[in-house]
Design a protein around this ligand. Structure first.
Ligand code: GPP
Ligand code: MG
Ligand code: MG
Ligand code: MG
Length: 352
């Protein structure tokens, strides 16, 4: 057990070590364009502030998946390429989070002020988000142009970005600031939102990138992976919704905003299903209101309705259902069960 843990720590260190090289390459591009010194320094600070400080689960999963798929034949070059692809997901994630925090009016992220909230940044953060996205294509060109799967990588990043933006669109228009209407929410709508805004880029993307890298061509392998990774991502975002209300800010690194933001969260959908007419009235009057008293009333109602225990039951059921899905997988198409059990290990009962 101890050695597996140490190995994981070592792999994480190795992954982290590559970031300064990538940041340096972006900065070289700026030199190439003769960018003024203040813009150079701004970009350097922005990259270090937003890209490397997360859990890195998505990025490291690309490396883990390549290791599992290649087994003993894995080379140093494979690990390096997988590490670069992993960091590209982290750049994509940074692009999403910098923008999402503006849209959600969030306050903190990863234990520090959101980038747009940090001193002197403000709406420049929108352009910074675009720069973070552009970095993906700079690196793809630099490291993968000569490979026979270059176009697959480019198309995959474009497609998954679009899917995430569609999910974000539904997330936002289901939560208008000035028109709280809880009858617009449903568990079906929630499912659509979370699959598109989270599951594709966080779960399908790392595995699909690794599969392209190791030369998997069988469509069935991509389909079977998709059919496990999407429900896995759905479960992950339900956890995110839960932690928004019940996670400790010092552990999750962010202050929850879902109740004040009128979000179609998993928790409110469970509460709506259980509320009697009186309780429903309390929700109608207090959900989506931008004040702490209203938020506290909604949280009290979640307590009265025992939403935490509904969540615990959901967590158990999801764990069993997902394991059953993994068990049914046909490895002969070119995937390995271990890819998915690794993901489960990383997220089951997570507190951050
Ligand atoms: C997570 O939603 C979803 C994203 C970060 C995708 C954003 C997509 C864009 C196209 C900008 P969330 O708001 O629940 O995340 P968090 O709780 O971390 O703020
Ligand atoms: Mg958010
Ligand atoms: Mg959001
Ligand atoms: Mg959230």
């Amino acid at each position: 057990m101890v050695s597996v843990k140490l190995q994981k720590e070592e792999n994480r260190e190795a992954f982290l070590k590559v970031f300064p090289t990538l940041a340096e390459e972006v900065l070289l591009e700026l030199r190439k364009y003769n960018m003024p010194e203040d813009a150079y320094e701004w970009t350097k600070k922005m990259l270090y502030y937003n890209v490397p400080g997360g859990k890195l689960n998505r990025g490291i999963s690309v490396v883990d998946t390549v290791r599992i798929l290649k087994g003993d034949t894995v080379t140093e070059d494979d690990i390096f390429k997988a590490t670069v692809l992993g960091w590209l997901i982290e750049f994509l994630q940074a692009f999403f989070l910098v923008s999402d925090d503006i849209m959600d009016a969030s306050i903190t992220r990863r234990g520090q002020p959101c980038w747009y909230k940090s001193e002197g940044v403000g709406m420049v953060a929108i352009n910074d988000a675009f720069i973070l996205e552009s970095c993906i294509y700079i690196f793809l060109k630099k490291y993968f142009k000569k490979t026979d799967y270059y176009i697959e990588l480019v198309e995959l990043f474009h497609e998954v970005t679009f899917q995430t933006e569609l999910g974000q669109l539904c997330d936002l228009i289901t939560a208008p600031e000035d028109d709280v209407d809880l009858s617009k929410f449903s568990i079906k709508k929630h499912q659509f939102i979370v699959i598109y805004k989270t599951a594709y880029y966080s779960f399908y993307l790392p595995v699909a990138l690794a599969m392209h890298m190791v030369g998997v061509k069988n469509e069935e392998a991509f389909k079977q992976s998709h059919d496990i990774l999407i429900p896995l991502g759905e479960y992950f975002q339900v956890q995110d919704d839960y932690l928004d209300c019940y996670g400790a800010p010092e552990v999750i690194g962010k202050i929850g905003t879902d109740i004040m933001d009128n979000k179609c969260s998993w928790l409110i959908n469970q509460a709506l299903a259980l509320a009697n007419p009186e309780q429903r009235k309390i929700l109608d009057e207090n959900y989506g209101q931008k004040n702490a008293e209203s938020e506290a009333k909604v949280k009290q109602l979640y307590l009265d309705l025992n939403i935490e225990s509904v969540y615990k039951a959901y967590e158990e059921k999801s764990f069993n259902d997902l394991n059953a899905l993994i068990e049914k997988l046909d490895e002969s198409v070119g995937v390995k069960k271990m890819i998915f059990t690794e993901f489960m290990d990383k997220i089951y009962k997570r507190t951050k």
